[in-house]
Structure formats: C-alpha cells, structure tokens
Design a protein around this ligand. Structure first.
Ligand code: AMP
Ligand code: ZN
Length: 497
C-alpha cells in the first residue's frame, strides 16, 4: 500500500513519493496574526495535522514548516487602527495561536519562521528577480512581470489570454480577474513607517508583499538539505490563486526548479452557508469553543468526519453529534482497559502468584485485523478520514460484541488495545480527561443537598430546576435506593465555571 494524494498541480490523485525518502518537507501557510485564528483556519490546520501524523505513522521523517504572517496589508492596517507598533499588535495573537493550537492538539510544526525575522532572504529574492528581468520597479514598489514567466498560471490554470501583463495590482489579496503584475516589495509609506514595518533594501526602503514572504521562508528552511523543492505545500483552496501561483512564479523564477512537488488544498469551513471569514464577522474562534467547554476531540472529530476536499458546514448539532462519537470511543477504550485489567488479575491469581501461565497461541481477532487493514487503506486513499472513522466505529461495534461475549483472551484484548491506540495516535479523538477542580465538586455537592431538601419538602419544581442546572454543566444524576449518584459527562472540560 502506498499513499496517494490529490495534487492540485495536476488535478489528479497521484502516488506520493518524496524527493529524498524517508524525508518529507512540508510547508503549510500559517496564520496572519492580526486577530485570533477562527475555526475555519483551524479546519485547514487540522487537515494539515492529519496529513503530518499520517506521514509520520507511515515512517516518513517530516520537517514541518509553518510561517507566521506578521507583516502584510492586514496586520499593518490592524496595528494602525489600534494605534500601536506592528510587533506590539501581532505578539499577543502569536501567543494565542500557539495556545489554540495546543488546545486543539495540533502537533507543533518544527519551525515557525516569522516574516519580520526573514527580511534578508526576501530582499535577496527580489534582487535576483530584478537581475533576471522578471521584476521591475514601479512608482510604489517592485513588481513581478507575469508576462516574462511563461508558465505563470500553471497551478490555478489562469489562461494566458486572461493575464493582464503590464497592468499592476498592489494589494496582497485579489481575485483571478486581476491576474496582473503583483507587488513583491512595497515602498514604505507613512503608515508603514509609523508601524515600524519598513526595511532598507538596495531597490528602495519598504516591506515585503505577502506572497514573497512564503517563497523566501520556505526556500530558506529547506536550504539546509541542499534542495530547492518542497515535497508538499498545503493550504486552503482560497490560496491557490493568487498566493500559491505567485509563490511558484517567485521561487521558480529564481531557482529554475519546481517549487513543490505536491500542492494540497483543503476546502472551506462554512457557517450558515457562507465561508467563515474574519472580514464578514461570521466567525467563531477556538477560544469560543474552549469557553463553551467543548472537548477539543469533538472538534477534531467534526473536522475529520468530512473529507478535506469537501466543504464542511458548521452547526452546533454536528458538533454535538461529534462529541457523542468521542464519548463512545472513550467509553469503549475504558471498557477494553478494564476488561484487560480484570483478566490480568485473574491470570495472576490462577498462577498462584509465582509465575505466569503459558500464553495461549491464538489466531488474530478478525475485527483487529480488519481495523489495521481498512484504517490504513482509507488514509492512504487521499486521507479519507471519514472512511477511516467509519472503520474505527465498525471495530468498536464488533469488539463490544466480543466483550459482551466475555470469551476474549488477555492477549487478544491487548492486541485490540494496541491497534486502537495506534489509530488514535493519528486521529487523536479520545475525550479530554475531565479534571474536576475542588471548587466545581463543592458546587455540585451543594446543589445536590439543596435538591435533596427540595425533594423532601415535595417541591419537585425546585428539584427539577436544580437537576437542569446541574445537567447544563455536564452533571448527570442517577437516583437509586442508596441515594443519588452523580457523574460528569465525558467531554465536558473542567469545572467550566
Ligand atoms: P489567514 O490567517 O487568513 O492567512 O489564513 C490561514 C489559513 O486558513 C489559510 O490556509 C487560509 O486559506 C485558511 N482559511 C481561511 N478561511 C478559511 C475557512 N473558512 N475554512 C478553511 N480554511 C480557511
Ligand atoms: Zn503562504
């Protein structure tokens, strides 16, 4: 079996082979740190996390590079609006991004180059493009001449007749209709100077364009391996044009080598039928989810339940359904572990404590073999996570039946647990352990006593209201002959006060 991935460059699913196996260089466009990243951004970062984890599980040595866009049109505008220097505006959002990343269990990239710390390689790239006649000076900056680069448009398939050569576009973001010469370097204006976003360069004091930043940072990071080609470059579909198209032009214009072998693009997260975006204000952040006590595993499950190349519509119901799936997985794992523990204890007693009985040689359990096969097959097929999850739930149902039967040998349970945990290491969708703080426990106990008193006084309306209040914070009650027992529902974090 080998990994096959959809390559936007060829519009085909192709066998993935890195340039120099087992090394894989993976560059993913990182957040623009002018605000909190929203859960649409995180859908993309989670697809990239899944890609990275699968590659690692298959034995590749991944070098994961994610840049931080800490200078561009948007960051400068936001800093100016806040009346603070650029770095002062972006720093808290960089920290917030790392916190949110950790909350969502996204593996940290190996390097996070920041645009403002990589100005020298950017200046170098522009100088080389000028030398080669692929760039020229305009009145407000240095531009890339798309008419001089014959393969311009190869990724997004912008037709040559649509290219408006000689016409210019200065902004970092523009649509296909504006396939014009684009800004590599923007000469400093008073706003840039005020924000501290201007650097000297032989071709004029100014700041880099967003597209240039990624080319320079990616090439700088892979230079350590003596290569100029990335194995994989990823982002969401909105980056195909112009961002990635321009990255190709700038990089290949200098190196003469393919900039990336595989271009992977994830589809959008939608909310109420439109793209979640900061510009339109219809967004939710990871910290919103955290404050609502959402288990990060539930959000991961939600994201992986749709293939990365399909749009995903966010709803509270879908998140709740994902949380339910996560709870089922957690309960299943607890059951498997408990069963294994009980069997171990029994085995110890049988052996009289002075030696283990000989292990029986048993054939592998069909559900275990099936999970091993079908999970990998699904993931190797262009990261088909929904199908991989389907395989996991089929396994859980089959194993639950086996556990109900009570005839599993410890070695079989051990094998089941090992395979299940390996799969979970890729998806990472087991529930967060609910850590209850003392304050929360005290709050629950007080409410329980009050409810008990209300029941004694036959004030059932009050008792019900208290039950509802407890439930809202994930506390489930079970009234029995020995009194009321309570438990915290899985997947609800901490006290959540
Ligand atoms: P930005 O911080 O705007 O530079 O975006 C960071 C990443 O999130 C990029 O790969 C974007 O393409 C991606 N992105 C932006 N909006 C969405 C969305 N609604 N759904 C999925 N990915 C998105
Ligand atoms: Zn980029």
């Amino acid at each position: 079996m080998s990994l096959r991935l959809y390559n936007t460059l060829t519009r085909r699913v192709e066998p993935f082979v890195p340039l120099e196996p087992p090394r894989v260089t993976l560059y993913t466009c990182g957040p623009t740190v002018y605000n909190y990243a929203h859960i649409g951004n995180f859908r993309t970062f989670l697809f990239e996390d899944l890609l990275r984890r699968h590659l690692e599980a298959q034995g590749f040595d991944v070098l994961h590079i994610m840049n931080l866009t800490d200078v561009d049109d948007r960051t400068i505008k936001a800093a100016a609006a806040a009346g603070v220097p650029l770095a002062q505006h972006t720093e808290p959002f960089v920290r917030a991004f790392f916190e949110d990343r950790d909350y969502l269990r996204i593996r940290p990239a190996h390097v996070y180059p920041r645009a403002t710390e990589c100005i020298a390689p950017m200046v170098e790239l522009v100088s080389r493009l000028l030398e080669r006649g692929l760039a020229y000076r305009g009145e407000d900056g240095v531009y890339f001449a798309i008419g001089k680069f014959p393969t311009y448009g190869c990724l997004s398939r912008v037709e040559r007749r649509e290219l408006q050569t000689g016409a210019r576009v200065a902004s970092d973001e523009y649509a296909k209709e504006d396939a014009r010469d684009f800004a590599l370097w923007k000469f400093a204006d008073p706003t840039d100077e005020q924000a501290g976003a201007a650097w000297d360069a032989p071709f004029g004091r100014g700041r880099p364009g967003w597209h240039l930043e990624c080319s320079a940072m990616a090439l700088q990071e892979i230079r350590r391996f003596g290569v100029q080609t990335l194995d994989i470059h990823a982002g969401a579909v909105d980056l195909i044009f112009p961002h990635h198209e321009n990255e190709i032009a700038q990089s290949e214009g200098v190196t003469g080598q393919p900039f990336a072998r595989f271009w992977l693009h994830g589809e959008f997260l939608q909310i109420q039928g439109t793209k979640m975006s900061k510009r339109t204000g219809n967004f939710l952040t990871a910290r919103d989810l955290k404050e609502e006590g959402v288990d990060p595993a539930a959000f991961r499950m939600l994201v992986f339940s749709t293939h990365y190349r399909q749009q995903l519509n966010y709803t509270d119901e879908a998140l709740e359904a994902a949380a339910e799936g996560v709870r089922r997985l957690g309960e299943f794992r607890d059951r498997l572990v408990e069963a294994a523990g009980a069997a171990e204890a029994a085995r110890g007693a049988d052996a009289g404590g002075d030696g283990l009985p000989p292990l029986p040689i048993l054939p592998p359990l069909p559900p275990v073999e099936e999970l091993r096969r079908s999970f990998t097959a699904a993931m190797e097929d262009d990261l088909n996570a929904p199908q991989a999850l389907g395989a996991v739930f089929t396994f859980v149902r089959a194993m639950n039946r086996e556990l109900d039967g009570g005839s599993l040998a410890p070695v079989q349970r051990g094998a089941a647990l090992a395979v299940f945990d390996r799969v979970m290491a890729v998806l990472d969708v087991l529930p967060a352990v609910a850590e209850m703080d003392a304050e929360f426990r005290a709050w629950v106990e007080t409410h329980l006593r009050e409810r008990e008193a209300a029941r004694k006084a036959r004030d059932f309306a009050r008792a019900d209201a208290l039950r509802t209040e407890l439930l809202a914070r994930g506390v489930e009650l079970e009234d029995g002959p020995g009194g009321t027992r309570w438990r915290k529902r899985r997947g609800m974090e901490g006290g959540g006060l």
